[in-house]
Design a protein around this ligand. Structure first.
Ligand SMILES: Cc1cc2nc3c(=O)[nH]c(=O)nc-3n(C[C@H](O)[C@H](O)[C@H](O)COP(=O)(O)OP(=O)(O)OC[C@H]3O[C@@H](n4cnc5c(N)ncnc54)[C@H](O)[C@@H]3O)c2cc1C
Length: 492
């Protein structure tokens, strides 16, 4: 008997009649379509990795009362040790895509773990809604679902409130009966939705009283009737070969607009119902937001280490490694990589108990978010700075190597002290794919925005900082001297 979910099982589960559109066409089978099939294989690789006998303990655990192992990201840590054990599994998964799969299944598992830890917040909202969340957590974790989420509204007219946007833009409740609610409108930007099993739909952006139609959260299978997935351009489809595009050809997790065309949601899957403040509370009064973004920082720590490795190899490719100013840039980069790791370790070490559960340090997590959304584009820029024209002076594709005459010219012009010509081209193509290609550029946008624009993340940092402690220190200093005392001393 299989002890946990495998890649084959996941691939099979995606042949479910979901409605995905790309380039004006309805996709018959995401597992076979040239825009998605390699990314689906990469998702399958995650499950195959966890199912390997040598990885099964690192990667999985048996939930209480279950006879099947599931990924550790569904585990609810009770102490620091369990949190670190869980993190090691997530790091191992992230390493398989070099950190380029931002919405691997552990992201949503983390969000739900955090929300489940704060079940009393849902109880306050309503016992039925709390039951729905509790039951859904059981279902999703026991089945090791790959979930994505759409919790952000399409921008449209950003200066207007969400409730004031044109009808059919922002997903809202348009009907309800004893069976459930009906929703209509859009949400963005379902990363990985083409290869997920289910989508969690919610509203993270602040709502006002009167916007109750928009104030809901729920979960739906990706093949829900009326749900349309509008994929962005596929970078995988545009990849020439693995040699030319080693990362985008395999790890283009995709992003998509999700449009709900009168989609029915049964009450058993409605977690927040017509309550603007509860939309906020489900993320912020539970450890949901902390846990989902802690996962993102774990993944980012892997990706930044990879980029730092790329930087070193870049200098080897063009022979600049030993130039003192280049070394200085590499040293600075290494320090930034270690800072991301140190922040991750800090979130864990300075975590605290919330009832029976251990949760990461919230302010450290928000600090990491603010700092890394700035850091990522700067790291990409450093890599560009270190490379000069090397990332561009490259053969157009593998086909150039097939012509002996062109191959010879490549051999003499792509020389490096530490790399053979073919090896150098192979490496530089990988570096460009990571940071300069359309795929690489999407990654910069992702790291800058996945957790919210700067004004949002800085707002979280502001809210969670120990201002009393900090300003108290200033007051402490000011209390150590008084003008009148100074004047007295001078006079006497
Ligand atoms: C690659 C990618 C993948 C994503 N994947 C997902 C996903 O899987 N699920 C999901 O739910 N979301 C996803 N998102 C959406 C992401 O969460 C949002 O992009 C993010 O929250 C920012 O919101 P926004 O795009 O509406 O930008 P906005 O909030 O509109 O911000 C854009 C810019 O407008 C300005 N601005 C707008 N409003 C204000 C204001 N009030 N005050 C000051 N400045 C303002 C700022 O300059 C800001 O930087 C993804 C985004 C990207 C880029």
């Amino acid at each position: 008997m299989t002890t946990c979910k495998t890649g084959a099982e996941h691939v099979k589960s995606l042949k479910d009649g979901r409605t995905v559109y790309i380039d004006g066409n309805l996709v018959a089978d995401v597992t076979k379509h040239p825009a998605f099939r390699n990314s689906v294989k990469s998702a399958a690789m995650l499950y195959d990795f966890q199912a390997k006998p040598e990885n099964i303990d690192l990667m999985t655990f048996v939930p209480n009362g279950s006879n099947r192992r599931v990924n550790r990201s569904w585990q609810m840590p009770r102490n620091y040790g369990e949190m670190v054990q869980r993190r090691k599994a997530m790091q191992a998964w992230a390493a398989l895509s070099y950190g380029f799969m931002g919405r691997s299944p552990d992201h949503l598992a983390s969000a739900l773990v955090g929300q489940r830890m704060g079940i009393e917040v849902f109880e306050k909202h309503g016992t039925e809604r709390a039951k729905a969340l509790r039951d859904y957590f059981e279902e999703a974790s026991r089945n090791d679902y790959f979930l994505t989420y759409v919790i952000i509204n399409p921008q449209a007219e950003r200066a207007k409130d969400w409730g004031e946007q044109k009808e059919e833009l922002v997903a809202r409740i348009v009907d309800e009966d004893s069976g459930g609610i009906t929703i209509r409108g859009a949400k963005m930007l379902g990363t990985s939705s083409i290869m997920a099993n289910e989508v969690f739909v919610a509203n993270l952006q602040p709502l006002k009283p009167g916007e109750e139609d928009l104030a809901f959260s729920c979960a739906l299978p990706m093949n829900a009737t009326g749900m349309r997935v509008l994929s962005r351009k596929s970078y995988e489809a545009a990849a020439v070969s693995i040699f030319d595009n080693p990362i985008s050809s395999r790890f283009d997790e995709n992003d998509a607009l999700i449009y709900f065309e009168d989609v029915r949601v049964p009450w058993e899957r409605v977690f927040v119902y017509r309550d603007a403040d509860m939309c906020r509370a489900q993320f912020h009064d539970t450890p949901g937001h902390s846990y989902q973004n802690y996962q993102s920082q774990i993944r980012l720590s892997v990706k930044i280490k990879f980029l730092t490795g790329l930087a070193h190899r870049l200098t080897e490719a063009i022979g600049t490694t030993n130039i003192p100013s280049v070394r200085e840039q590499l040293g600075y980069l290494a320090a930034q990589t270690s800072m991301v790791n140190a922040m991750m370790a800090g979130m864990e070490a300075e975590g605290s108990m919330r009832g029976e559960w251990y949760v990461p340090n919230k302010h450290f997590m928000y600090s990491a978010q603010v700092l890394t959304q700035d850091l990522y584009p700067r790291i990409v820029n450093t890599l560009r700075d270190l490379s000069g024209g090397a990332l561009i002076m490259l053969p157009s594709s593998i086909h150039d190597f097939a012509d002996p005459h062109i191959k010879r010219i490549i051999e003499v012009t792509q020389r490096a002290a530490k790399m053979a010509s073919e090896e150098k081209v192979k490496f530089l193509k990988a570096a460009w794919d990571a940071i300069g290609s359309e795929f690489g550029s999407r990654h910069t946008q992702y790291e800058m925005f996945y957790a919210g624009a700067r004004f949002v993340t800085s707002g979280h940092s502001y809210r969670t900082f120990d201002w009393d402690g900090a300003t108290g220190m200033v007051d402490g200093l000011l209390n150590t001297y008084q003008l009148a005392d100074e004047l007295d001393r001078k006079v006497n």
